[in-house]
Design a protein around this ligand. Structure first.
Ligand code: NAD
Ligand code: AHE
Ligand code: ZN
Ligand code: ZN
Length: 374
């Protein structure tokens, strides 16, 4: 049975660099292989701000941003079998079809099945389910969680334990999974290793949690905003460092502090100069640096090739290397077992109407995560 279009509230990004605007929009019913979800909560990640700024080469407007959500299935399209009405779900910007070359490789979580349409702000059939007074609004990262209702491909949903509060586990839809996964799945940090984490927002602090889980012997947490240090230490950072306290480059400081450099480093900012520091603070012969931060169009990384010749490794990660459909439900169980302190990350909650405040708090360095409650 074909469902009906729903009118609901959403925060619309009409143009780059403009605040979001709360509008009543139309959300069409899910087509075959698609699912319509009532969004219960959504975190605001720096990547949302990045795309809104206009720096994202894939940013399309007008669109509905948001990719760190939790919701409940409202209706399903033809052929959908893996989720049903009422299921609690976390939208996945990195889907998992299980069939494509990437999914089958065993080497990556980057599913290729719908990536090209997703990057254009469209559903897999090349159209949008969102509109306002007949004008098309584009999807974002295949998730668009800044809307009371959103439509996703079935392969972009992880079904999770309904006992988990969606107002907290929404953070597993991006930030916390990404930081933890970067340490545990991408770098595979081993017990006793030394770790440096650059940038102590939602991603960097989650990397701290991952490093504690990995039993790292030393966790250096680096930020230019010292307000972030208390939580980093509470979560398990052994050293907190403000690069502004030093005359010399921060990589030299870290090399001195760690007898030649760290075993692993993580860039959680999106600053290409810091990416260089993160690589160069790694130990000769084996140090690995993982880029998590997203840098704007036209930005490039650089270092002396000698840094790689002498054994340092540069890597990157998306969604922490986590395969959403098969692995995220287990991470939600870890949270339910008390292993992941999501509540520590939620510094602010607000209704959708106040979403621009979440962006302001982020830019002012006053929040870790703001969570929108619908
Ligand atoms: P955030 O704004 O909450 O945190 C960034 C932190 O970096 C802040 O604490 C800030 O003070 C610090 N910082 C800024 N400049 C610095 C500098 N020069 N030296 C040291 N610290 C500095 O952001 P977030 O939500 O944690 O996201 C961090 C980055 O990760 C963003 O670029 C985001 O787009 C990216 N991201 C990537 C993935 C992925 O899958 N690869 C997933 C989520 C987020
Ligand atoms: N669209 C940008 C890149 C943005 C980007 O790197 N996104 C990350 C997730 S950030 C989540 O907060 C990601 O998953 N990348 C892999 C992918 O396939 O998009 C650009 O530069 O074009
Ligand atoms: Zn994100
Ligand atoms: Zn796939």
């Amino acid at each position: 049975m074909q469902g009906k279009t729903i009118s609901c509230k959403a925060a619309v990004a009409w143009a780059a660099g403009q605040p979001l605007s709360i509008e009543t929009i139309d959300v069409a019913p899910p087509k075959a292989g698609e699912v319509r979800v009532r969004v219960v909560a959504s975190g605001v990640c720096h990547t949302d701000a990045f795309t809104l700024s206009g720096d994202d080469p894939e940013g399309v407007f007008p669109s509905i941003l948001g990719h760190e959500g939790g919701g409940i299935v409202e209706s399903v399209g033809a052929g959908v079998t893996s989720v049903a009405v009422g299921d609690h779900v976390i939208p996945l910007y990195t889907p998992e079809c299980g069939e494509c070359k990437f999914c089958k490789s065993g080497k990556t979580n980057l599913c290729g099945k719908i990536r090209s349409t997703q990057g254009k702000g469209l559903m897999p059939d090349g159209t949008s389910r969102f509109s306002k007074d007949g004008e098309t609004l584009y999807h974002y990262m295949g998730t668009s969680t800044f809307s009371e209702y959103t439509v996703l491909p079935e392969i972009s949903l992880a079904k999770v334990n309904h006992k988990a509060p969606l107002e907290e586990v929404c953070l597993l839809g991006c930030g916390v999974t990404t930081g933890m996964g970067a340490v545990l799945k991408t770098a595979k940090v081993e017990p006793g290793a030394t770790v440096a984490i650059f940038g102590l927002g939602g991603i960097g602090l989650s990397a701290v949690i991952g490093a504690v889980m990995a039993k790292a012997s030393r966790i250096l947490a680096i930020d230019i905003n010292e307000d972030k240090f208390a939580l980093a230490q509470k979560l398990g950072a052994t050293d907190v460092i403000n690069p502004k306290d030093y005359e010399k480059p921060i990589q030299e400081v870290i090399i001195e502090m760690t007898d030649g450099g760290v075993d692993y480093s993580f860039e959680c900012i999106g600053n290409v100069k810091v990416m260089r520091s993160a690589l160069e603070c790694c130990h000769k012969g084996w140090g690995e640096s993982v880029i998590i931060g997203v840098a704007g169009a036209g930005q490039e990384i650089s270092t002396r090739p000698f840094q790689l010749v002498t054994g340092r490794v540069w890597r990157g990660t998306a969604f922490g290397g986590v395969k959403g459909r098969s692995e995220l439900p287990g991470i939600v169980e870890q949270y339910l077992n008390g292993e992941i302190p999501l509540n520590d990350f939620i510094t602010h909650t607000m209704p959708l109407e106040d979403i621009n405040q979440a962006f302001e708090l982020m830019h002012q360095g006053k929040s870790i995560r703001s969570v929108i409650h619908f």
